[in-house]
Design a protein around this ligand. Structure first.
Ligand SMILES: *[C@@H]1O[C@H](CO)[C@@H](O)[C@H](O)[C@H]1NC(C)=O
Ligand SMILES: *[C@@H]1O[C@H](CO)[C@@H](O)[C@H](O)[C@H]1NC(C)=O
Ligand SMILES: *[C@@H]1O[C@H](CO)[C@@H](O)[C@H](O)[C@H]1NC(C)=O
Ligand SMILES: *[C@@H]1O[C@H](CO)[C@@H](O)[C@H](O)[C@H]1NC(C)=O
Ligand SMILES: [Zn+2]
Length: 453
């Protein structure tokens, strides 16, 4: 394309020049509609439902195949503004969309590679009603909740809260925004996610809850994939301009390396991050990206520059580990095959999706996989896993099952995953070596100061 034609096109596509300011919900909608109309080849706009007041929860998907899942292409998501008064994430995600589209149109290799290998879903506001009610205070919580006054990050089912409590609150009783996200998680096999907040500077990772009771929160609540979570959190904090230095906001923690186990910061029940991990086999972090929940508009360009590299590097981590399909004795991909990694006892074991696919984020090393499916012999294989993000692809490995002699007809595994609640960390047993005396004094402070983030 000639440069003058390109210039003309740029003038016709003002969406690529996104102003640094707080766009309201209507403007965000208009922006997303325009980007998707201008870039139908790499974007797809859809809604996952409506807020309590009936505002659409828009998601923009970006990728070379933006409209539907393709086998082998992992699904990634970013969610912002779950707390209506924590607003930086809205701005960052719009800028991220603009940057991905601009990079692709300019043939920049990083953008071509990312969009060719990944489907990226972006929900700029999960709580548009709360945003409408928010004030611009740095610390307070006006607008944090949704229109019904419910904190959405306390509104998800929580495995630690026990089965009885889950049943008390059935799905229809949950908030509209929470139901929309739960439905979204069922509709796509998300592999990696982050949810963007404000009021601190730290990358926080599961678990947020524990059944250690209501005492002082002194120890981390360690997930089976803790090593991967720590790595993911450090990828964000070290690619961020300053987060890795820790101790950036006067009133929050020392946060060594700019990361923290959620529970060892403060206990949180019904959070979205634990829900994603425990029930949707999607690893999610909570990213706290500004000390002030509502930064001054003039600070926005610098805040974007602080986060840009980290936001992109984090997406690339969706290519950690191993991915592939599980085939039955007839050579057909099977749904609900259980794919376990030795030493990682996930409460709800990872299962294959409707295409027979599994995705397993793992750090480089050797891992023993155990794959099981009714009517078939349990398959055990040890894999040597390289570092995938640099290649924009996890290692690909398919599992081919052998049917047991007696199996003459294909069986369908039961669709509802069975979860083993006794595998959650409990009692003092969860206290790992990461715990130290500092955490105690620090937790007292954060617990008392319950204007949360
Ligand atoms: C990008 O690459 C395509 C295909 O090679 C080409 O048609 C297009 O003009 C390039 N765009 C720019 C902005 O260089
Ligand atoms: C996308 O990836 C495929 C396979 O990985 C490759 O053949 C193709 O050239 C890539 N396209 C771009 C635009 O990078
Ligand atoms: C993984 O196994 C291979 C042999 O299969 C061995 O050469 C390598 O050192 C092992 N790596 C680790 C990290 O244990
Ligand atoms: C759940 O996990 C516990 C602890 O490892 C184990 O003893 C128990 O047999 C498991 N239950 C089921 C149904 O798998
Ligand atoms: Zn928050």
């Amino acid at each position: 394309m000639s440069s003058s034609l390109f210039l003309l096109l740029s003038l016709l596509v003002p969406t690529l020049m996104l102003e640094f300011r707080y766009h309201d919900n209507r403007e965000i909608e208009q922006y997303l509609v325009q980007v998707s109309a201008d870039n139908p080849d790499i974007t797809h706009l859809y809604s996952i439902g409506k807020s309590v007041k009936g505002q659409q929860l828009w998601v923009l998907a970006l990728g070379l195949r933006p409209r539907r899942h393709a086998v082998g292409v992992p699904e990634f998501k970013y969610v912002a503004n779950m707390h209506g008064n924590e607003v930086l994430g809205r701005v960052l995600l719009l800028q991220l969309i603009a940057e991905l589209v601009r990079g692709y149109r300019d043939n920049e290799t990083w953008s071509l590679q990312l969009l060719n290998s990944t489907r990226i879903h972006i929900l700029p506001t999960m709580n548009p009603d709360g945003f409408d009610e928010a004030d611009t205070n740095c610390l307070m919580s006006q607008g944090r909740a949704n229109h019904n006054g419910v904190d959405l990050n306390r509104g998800f089912p929580d495995a630690f809260a026990g089965l009885r409590k889950q049943q008390e609150l059935n799905e229809e009783q949950r908030e509209a925004e929470v139901r929309a996200v739960i439905g979204w998680l069922r509709s796509e096999t998300f592999v990696l996610s982050a949810n963007l907040h404000g009021g601190a500077m730290v990358a926080s990772y599961p678990y947020d809850n524990s059944d250690q009771g209501s005492g002082w929160m002194v120890s981390p609540s360690i997930a089976p994939d803790d090593d991967v979570f720590v790595h993911l959190a450090k990828v964000y904090s070290y690619n961020h301009a300053s987060m890795h230095k820790g101790n950036l906001c006067d009133d929050s923690g020392p946060f060594q390396d700019g990361i923290t186990n959620g529970y060892s910061w403060y206990k949180l029940e019904g959070g979205m991050q634990d829900y994603n991990y425990v029930w949707a086999q999607c690893l999610e972090l909570t990213l706290e990206l500004s000390c002030c929940k509502f930064p001054q508009p003039k600070e926005l360009p610098a805040l974007w520059m602080d986060n840009k590299k980290a936001l992109l590097a984090y997406i690339q981590q969706v290519h950690l580990g191993v991915k592939g399909q599980v085939f039955d004795g007839w050579g057909m991909p099977v749904q609900n095959a259980v794919v376990e990694v030795e030493g990682r006892r996930n409460m709800c074991p990872f299962r294959t999706n409707q295409h027979g696919e599994y995705y397993r984020l793992l750090l480089p090393g050797n891992y023993t996989f155990k794959v099981s499916y009714p009517g078939h012999e349990v398959l055990t294989e040890t894999l040597s896993v390289p570092y995938g993000p640099e290649q924009y692809s996890a290692m690909k490995h398919d599992f081919k099952l052998r049917r047991v002699a007696s199996a003459t007809v294909r069986v369908q595994a039961e669709p509802s995953p069975s979860c083993n609640y006794s595998l959650l960390p409990r009692g003092g047993a969860a206290a790992g070596s990461a715990w130290n005396g500092l955490t105690v004094g620090f937790s007292l402070v954060t617990v008392l100061q319950t204007v949360m983030d």
